[in-house]
Design a binder for this molecule. Structure first.
Ligand SMILES: [Zn+2]
Length: 1011
């Protein structure tokens, strides 16, 4: 199956041979047969035109083809698989083509399609080739003139990019409109819309005093739900002027909303097309989260006007150049509009929920991938969210002023051009005057770095030594990794919870500073410290890494109560809950919650919540998915049971508080930060009340009352979801009532579909099957499909049912969806990449489903690529080859893995130039091989894996000398850890020995005496 997929490689990039100097398009629109006439002025970039030129085209019926006005003879061109090949094209020419397409048959929703009686387009990434023959690549920029003809009755509104130039009447009830976009753009930013809409208008005066018309086009039934979008748009326009000095450039800015859309929204120049989900908001139909999403997506698409449109991409490998940067920009906008701390927590939550698992599984890829088969599969959390984190780290490193100078340089230098990530970094370097060379590695290397932190206080000298090391695990196709630059935002607290002034190498750094960890291992010594203190690390989540700190057990409870960085406090609070839950999974008899967590929760609940939104974040338990990420092998049922047990325990323990908060936080509906926070915390209180045996019946009555009487969707839906997903409560009457009330509102009805699939019980499978044949289910509407299949796969206990029934059901539906909408099928299929984390039985079931799907006839390229990458990880040798049986040290072939520690220490001490760990590694390898070992690579050969030395480094960082000695003496073996590092028992024991030897060498060298 994989053999049929042709990968496109970044290194194969070649500039286009021709420029398109001007593009003129003429559409005769009709849902069943649209004719597109294109006139392209072509100019060869070199004086010597090539033998042939291929224009992209897909599913087009060619009606006519002319070159410089003359009908092109059949021997001058070929229709090939992916387009049209011109033979011997001249140096400059005008190509005129007329093609026919059928929008109503386009269920892929890529190119021009019909939905809900409207015609509209989606061209990113490669949809334009489904409209006309063209050089469909982002580095081919042209000004567009577009004329749309259609029946006036059915399509009264005709929109395209740019400024409206003229309108007129055609024969027989037709009319036309001509649009001109003066800014050269690649065709992926092309858009047209035709249909019946109502328009909500506003205007914005730019910083140079120009008035821009703002227009939101929606179906009549959504007329009153556009206020939030318009308001967000105006704030985004003002923000981009203030923070980046960027002004809007056309006479009008249009947004069109549709229920049928593969993505969230699309930034087509001057004519955004949005999934209704991210435009519409009214208190009766939208939740508080919906309001926040509308604000951030409207802003995101607007910001693209500069980061994406005015400066665009050279090729699709550079996707993060526009997406990572623009996500960073929209996150910062939202942080400025709302609570910065809560926003950061939400950003990190999203990153960890979607990107960390991606980075740790078979679909791991660098932020700038090197190869793809179908670019639609790379609109990933890695490209978007991790891409944004890279930009954020650069921002942290440069500071706001130098970052802005760099961005000014970027926009000035590359306006109107198609550029690369190197160009971006170069501009930032020139503008800021700082070297960002090392950040290039972040774009090239997949995998989430692990950072180990060790603290060495020295009360006598009043100093504190911080030792940080980093390691990035292997990912598919990238067995070895290099160190990346990691900004570490740090502060120190005294025991009263007060920040201490920082002194480093004699310099006074205030109460917070950023250290740069750019080597594998580095040290800093803070001085002038008079008493005991607790360090706070990676404040604000200053880098997308996983932190392991040696002092976690003592630091986390302290920071969960005292840290003044909201993210950091939340992070440590979560860490307490995670520790409890994982402990409970290991030993379910344990009493929940333990003292640390109980005290932390008590400290929060002891006072009236002045910042309710932040309180709600603190008191929300980690998700089941995130808990699963903390385990080597996912224990679906145990995780669910543990989380429920902790919710119940907290529900019982703080019952009075939850009731007092639930009642005291009730307030009339308003849409401001405080009111939103109050609603959020109130819902959390209600969920704890439902878990409290004594108060449960009262809580159910309150929830039912809230569902019936709330004057806003946030509260109504929260009560509804809590009751419907409570498996001990019969909610069928509510499900019926909700359906009757909202069946005519697609976005709310999507919730009706998805919420009932959140019930953690086997019957949910049956429910899902029934929903797929419900009269309101529609395979052609991606939102609806996701509301069933996406929700189903997000229910861990049902999707991961031990008998494989969840996977099989899901696989059958993907099979069907692939024929209708391959893009959406492929995106949903990415959950199948989780198989390496499953137990043997589930793993077998999931792999069967993957194999079965891969055999499907007429499998799309989209789905084939995702399945192929999932399967490759299974058949390919593991990225870090484990070769436990490939070494033969003794003539007998038996491995002798016992190490004489003292001899190894002696040998290691002879290697005075090596770092302690390297000296230990080499010494142990030499003892085993009974010969000189030249370097660490040769040592890895001896051990059968280069992971042995890596694990040794980790162990020596995270354990002290005494603990290592005990482990070595006691034949200690941690099977879980060994599996994580892909090592067998002997190799694991070797790593322990090396770590101990390294400690002993260090003590000898520093004359500290034996440990
Ligand atoms: Zn975007």
């Amino acid at each position: 199956m994989m053999a049929s997929i042709q990968g496109i490689r970044r290194e194969d990039y070649r500039p286009p041979e021709y420029d398109i100097v001007a593009t003129s398009l003429d559409f005769h629109l009709d849902a069943d047969r649209t004719e597109v006439s294109a006139e392209l002025q072509m100019r060869c970039r070199s004086l010597e035109p090539p033998e042939s030129l291929t224009l992209h085209g897909e599913n087009l019926e060619l009606l006519e083809l002319r070159l410089d006005g003359q009908v092109l003879a059949a021997d001058r061109y070929d229709l090939v698989a992916d387009g049209l090949r011109l033979r011997h094209p001249p140096q400059t020419f005008t190509l005129s083509s007329r093609v026919r397409i059928c929008p109503s048959a386009n269920t892929q929703l890529s190119g021009l399609y019909a939905a809900d009686g409207v015609l509209l387009t989606q061209c990113e990434a490669e949809g334009f080739r489904r409209i006309t023959y063209y050089l469909d690549r982002p580095d081919c920029l042209a000004p567009f003139t577009v004329t749309l003809h259609a029946a006036r009755e059915q399509y009264p509104i005709l929109l395209a990019n740019g400024n409206l130039e003229a309108t007129g009447t055609d024969d027989a009830g037709g009319h036309w409109a001509r649009w001109r976009d003066p800014f050269p753009k690649p065709c992926y930013l092309f858009a047209l819309v035709a249909g019946k809409f109502v328009v909500e208008r506003d205007h914005f005066t730019t910083m140079s005093g120009r008035s821009v018309a703002l227009e939101v086009y929606v179906a009549e039934r959504y007329r009153d739900s556009c206020g939030r979008a318009l308001d967000s748009l105006k704030r985004a326009m003002a923000w981009d002027e203030q923070v980046y000095g960027r002004e809007y450039d056309l006479e009008r800015y249009m947004i069109v909303a549709t229920d049928s859309f593969n993505m969230g929204a699309m930034e087509n120049k001057g004519l955004n097309i949005f999934n209704t989900k991210y435009v519409l908001a009214s208190p009766e139909t939208a939740t508080d989260d919906d309001y926040l999403h509308v604000e951030s997506v409207i802003a995101h698409e607007y910001f693209h006007n500069w980061s994406g449109n005015r400066v665009t991409l050279r090729d699709w490998f550079q996707l993060s150049l526009k997406e990572g940067l623009t996500v960073f920009r929209d996150q910062e906008f939202s942080a400025d509009q709302n609570s910065r701390g809560v926003q950061r927590i939400a950003d990190v939550r999203r990153l960890r929920a979607a990107q960390f698992p991606e980075d740790a599984g078979p679909l791991a890829h660098p932020v700038r991938p090197e190869v793809y088969a179908e670019i639609n599969n790379f609109y990933t959390a890695t490209v978007y969210e991790k891409g944004a984190e890279i930009v954020r780290m650069i921002h942290t490193t440069l500071g706001p002023a130098r970052f802005r100078a760099g961005m000014d340089e970027y926009f000035a230098r590359f306006d109107g051009q198609a550029v690369t990530i190197e160009d971006f970094l170069t501009a930032l370097e020139v503008g800021s005057g700082c070297d960002l060379q090392a950040f290039r590695r972040w774009y090239a290397q997949a995998g989430t770095p692990r950072v180990v932190a060790r603290w060495h206080p020295d009360p006598e000298s009043g100093s504190l030594r911080l030792e940080l090391s980093q390691r990035t695990p292997a990912t598919p196709g990238q067995p070895t990794k290099t160190a990346v630059p990691i900004p570490v935002r740090v502060a120190l607290f005294d025991h009263a919870g007060k920040r201490l002034p920082l002194q480093l190498d004699g310099a006074h750094l205030g109460e917070e500073t950023v250290l740069m960890l750019s080597q594998t291992r580095q040290e800093w010594t803070f001085t002038g410290i008079s008493g005991p203190c607790v360090p706070s690390l990676f404040r604000g989540f200053s880098a997308p890494i996983i932190l392991e700190r040696s002092d976690a057990a003592s630091a986390e409870p302290f920071l969960a109560r005292h840290d003044d960085d909201p993210f950091s406090r939340w992070e440590n609070f979560q860490a307490l809950a995670i520790r409890e839950l994982l402990g409970y999974i290991r030993e379910p008899k344990q009493v929940l919650p333990g003292a640390d967590l109980r005290e932390a929760v008590a400290a929060v609940t002891a006072q009236w919540p002045e910042d309710p939104a932040f309180c709600a974040e603190l008191l929300t338990l980690p998700s089941e998915d995130y808990l699963g990420e903390q385990m080597e092998i996912l224990q679906v049922d145990a995780i669910h049971a543990a989380r429920e047990a902790l919710r119940k325990a907290l529900g019982e323990l703080f019952g009075e508080t939850w009731m007092a908060w639930y009642q005291g936080l009730a307030a009339p509906y308003r849409l401001d930060g405080l009111a939103v926070g109050q609603r959020r915390l109130r819902q959390l209180a209600l969920s704890y009340l439902l878990a409290n045996d004594r108060l449960r019946w009262e809580a159910i009555a309150l929830a039912r009352l809230q569902y019936a009487e709330a004057d806003n969707m946030s509260e109504r839906l929260a009560a509804y979801a809590l009751l419907v997903q409570d498996v001990d409560h019969d909610s069928e009457d509510l499900i019926m009532d909700f359906y009757r009330t909202w069946r005519h509102h697609p976005l709310v009805l999507d919730r009706w579909f998805s919420i009932q699939l959140g019930r953690a019980e086997p019957a949910t499978l049956h429910r899902a099957a029934n929903l797929l044949v419900h009269p309101d289910f529609d395979w052609r509407v991606p939102n609806r499909v996701r509301s069933v299949l996406g929700a189903f796969a997000a229910n861990p206990t049902v999707f991961h049912a031990a008998d494989g029934s969840g996977y099989r059901f899901f696989g059958e539906q993907l099979r069907r969806l692939d024929d209708i909408n391959p893009q959406t099928a492929a995106r949903l299929a990415t959950v199948l990449s989780r198989w390496p984390r499953l137990d043997e039985r589930r793993r077998g079931h999931m792999q069967e489903v993957i194999a079965e799907l891969a055999r499907k006839p007429a499998l799309s390229r989209d789905l084939a690529e995702v399945l192929g990458r999932c399967r490759e990880a299974a058949t390919e040798a593991p990225a870090h080859p484990v070769r436990p049986h490939s070494i033969s040290i003794h003539p007998s072939g038996a491995r002798e893995m016992n190490v004489d520690i003292d001899t190894a220490v002696k040998k290691g001490l002879e290697k005075a130039e090596e770092r302690c760990l390297d000296a230990a590694t080499l010494a142990v390898a030499e003892l085993l091989a009974r010969k000189e070992i030249g370097d660490l690579g040769a040592a890895a050969e001896v051990f059968g894996s280069d992971q042995v030395a890596e694990l040794a480094g980790f162990l020596s960082d995270s354990m002290d000398c005494k603990a290592l000695q005990d482990c070595c003496a006691g034949q200690h073996f941690d099977a879980e850890q060994a599996r994580e590092w892909e090592l067998d028992r002997d190799q694991y024991r070797l790593a322990l020995s090396i770590a101990l030897v390294a400690h002993k060498i260090e003590r000898e060298r520093e004359r500290l005496g034996p440990c």
